[in-house]
Write a protein that binds this ligand. Sequence first.
Ligand code: SAH
Length: 355
Amino acid sequence: MAAEKTSKLSEAYPMKAGDGPNSYAKNSAYQKGVVGAAKELLNRAIRDLSVLQHLSHCRLGPNTFLSVENILEAVEFKYQGQGFNSQILEFQVFFNDHTPNDFNMLFKSLPQSRQYYAAGVPGSFCGRIFANASIHLVHSSYALHWLSRVPKEIVDIDSPAWNKGRIDYSNSTEEVVRAYEAQYAEDMECFLHARAQEIVYGGLMVLIIPGRPNGTPHSLTLLNAVHQLLGSCLMDLARKGVVREEKVDSFNIPIYNTSPQELEAAVEKNGCFSTEKMENLPRISALDIDNVTRRAQLIAYHIRATTEGLIKQEFGDEILDELFGLYSKKLEQQPSIFESGKAINFLLVLKRNAN
Ligand code: SAH
């Protein structure tokens, strides 16, 4: 069977690799909390599924292994409950991420006691990454808010959607917001289309996606608000002459915070999946710390681990410490961002319909 060509280009934005103090592995306690919060719901979803042996997974580090263990535990439990010997089950787990990601680190840190066969699958999940009808369960946590690229028009100086002086869309013009929304809708369409071909009939897709409750303005979404503040720090550096202002104009973070309404619309448009579950996960407490200074530092580390790669590409290594030092101070001075910002994580369980 010929592999379908990946229908579109997608850019990679590697999280900070390795396990150093600024790495993603060391600065993703929040994402880990999300995996924990989803465990019980995941158990319930898996109870209803028939066969489950080829799992596909997006990616990196300790949180990913935890998710895999939670899924396998739920499947084994289900089999035992049906009177089968779960020892006879064999699992193949595929770990997917963009090609430039640190797969070596992933392979090196695979748990020694794991009860599954592991393989790495490089390439964007916006296109095809698996053979037809070969996957029983897809799990993705904290990845689907990344756009496949920065929308073209927002870096076009002649376009009404040019995003001057900002690195996110939350307080930008209508045109910029529309461009982000349209890119997200397009990416979800490609993602669902590709998975619909790869997942067996009756197979499951478990998606954990950060976003905003229906009706929440983009500017009140926590992740947007913290990105906006980072943008203001870059503008401060531009005023000091540390970076060029045109660079800030052309730099944008390709992250979008969706809502349940938008997700439902995407699933309906695709038509190959039924929604088994759409729930808000409980609030994650990893960043609920009373000490304002400590909290500011933690958020700064967290945002650094996910955006450093992008910023480095555009502005170089040299500015990172100064930028994130300033950022941490500003976060500390503006605690209201954290207190009023809305952050919601959705658990979406989709089942592949038989055609
Ligand atoms: N699931 C992990 C990692 C989340 S970080 C956790 O919960 O901690 C998000 C990951 O998604 C990054 O490694 C990023 O490279 C990957 N990613 C983002 N867009 C992607 C795409 N289109 N295709 C494949 N991987 C992607």
